[in-house]
Design a protein. Structure first.
Length: 173
């Protein structure tokens, strides 16, 4: 279903995302999945966590997804999943691109952390963690990439069952 990932650092994750978003590659064999759809987090884990898409420590699952707006005119994103939603835990951490000198000067993207909240208080409530990696808009502008009229962008996600210390990394595409 994918390839075994040897990801070292957040900058590498964003490079995968950049290549996918700009059409320079298919994402290095990382699958694309609708993480904001009808499937519950554990169903996604069962479908994609067969070992080929997991990090070496088998605790993190990596997937691309397309971000979805709550409505066409809204700038807010819809993060519903199955019978619940992904709730933000932070405002995000900026990730800077390291230049050859080793100094991080250029803003490359963001990482945000989310947890799963069920609408009906099920057993899985709060037990799934998702890290969402997104590119800074200026990164795509500087690459002279034209965004589609649909205005959907890829994001990259790291997905983890919290209790089992597993992670899912997701990148909106």
């Amino acid at each position: 279903m994918g390839c075994r990932l040897h990801i070292k650092g957040q900058e590498t994750l964003l490079r995968y995302l950049f290549d996918k978003a700009t059409g320079r590659s298919d994402g290095g064999g990382i699958p694309e999945c609708d993480l904001y759809g009808e499937q519950e987090p554990w169903e996604i884990w069962e479908a994609y966590g067969d070992g080929t898409n997991l990090r070496e420590n088998k605790n993190a699952l990596y997937l691309f997804t397309k971000s979805k707006k709550k409505s066409a005119k809204d700038s807010r994103l819809d993060r519903t999943v199955g019978a619940g939603s992904w709730k933000g835990e932070d405002t995000g951490t900026k990730i800077f691109l390291k230049e050859r000198s080793g100094i991080a000067t250029t803003l490359f993207g963001m990482r945000k952390r989310f947890h799963y909240e069920s609408k009906n208080g099920c057993l899985h409530d709060g037990r799934w963690i998702m890290h969402e990696y997104s590119l800074d808009a200026a990164t795509l502008v500087n690459a002279k990439v034209r965004m589609s009229a649909v205005d959907q962008e890829y994001v990259f996600h790291s997905f983890i069952p919290y209790r089992q210390h597993r992670t899912v990394n997701i990148c909106p595409v």
